[in-house]
Design a protein around this ligand. Structure first.
Ligand SMILES: [Zn+2]
Ligand SMILES: [Zn+2]
Length: 182
């Protein structure tokens, strides 16, 4: 047996068909990462919509619009809470003055949803995650609850008495807020 006697596997390796995994040096593979071209094996490859990739490239592939850093998330959350409380307070305070003006309450309600949704979108750096969508909806409802509480404060009724019309405008407002994110 001389040294010129290559095994079939060794011959394939030299022919470039089969190589060793870049991470697992002792595992033979013919797979390559579709992005960086490094050899990958079934233990470290990750299937992505654009083919099999190494761990590093699979992580890079995650869409940046769908990921939100914790710092950004907390900032967005705080802004949302403060903003919807302020908007709700102002809305509740001015509601008695404008509620009799035709269509104005509806227009303002829609404005509330738009402003809340748009603000969340701006503060979160235009990210699009499910959490932000929920946040926009919840913040809008929160603003309306606050406005209702302030509106009824000091009056005979302290109960939130939303009729069909109020529910409709809140629904539209939530829709506008949510579509600012999506
Ligand atoms: Zn790669
Ligand atoms: Zn591997």
């Amino acid at each position: 047996m001389g040294q010129e006697q290559f095994s079939k596997q060794e011959a394939e390796t030299y022919a470039g068909l089969v190589t060793f995994c870049a991470t697992h040096k002792n595992i033979e593979t013919a797979l390559k990462c579709s992005r960086c071209g490094n050899a990958i094996c079934p233990y470290c490859m990750i299937q992505t919509p654009v083919g099999a990739r190494c761990r590093i490239c699979a992580n890079l592939q995650k869409s940046p619009v769908a990921t939100l850093s914790l710092r950004r998330l907390i900032l967005t959350l705080l802004t949302t809470v403060v903003l919807s409380a302020v908007i709700g307070t102002l809305w509740g305070y001015f509601l008695p003055g404008i509620r009799s003006v035709l269509f104005l309450p509806i227009i303002v309600s829609l404005g509330v949803g738009y402003v809340i949704g748009e603000s969340i979108s701006i503060v979160s750096n235009r990210k699009r995650t499910k959490l932000l969508v929920w946040m926009a909806g919840a913040a809008t409802i929160f603003a309306f609850v606050i406005s209702s509480l302030i509106f009824t404060f000091g009056r005979e009724t302290h109960i939130l008495s939303w009729g069909i019309m109020e529910l409709f405008t809140v629904g539209l407002s939530v829709y506008l807020a949510v579509t600012r994110i999506r």
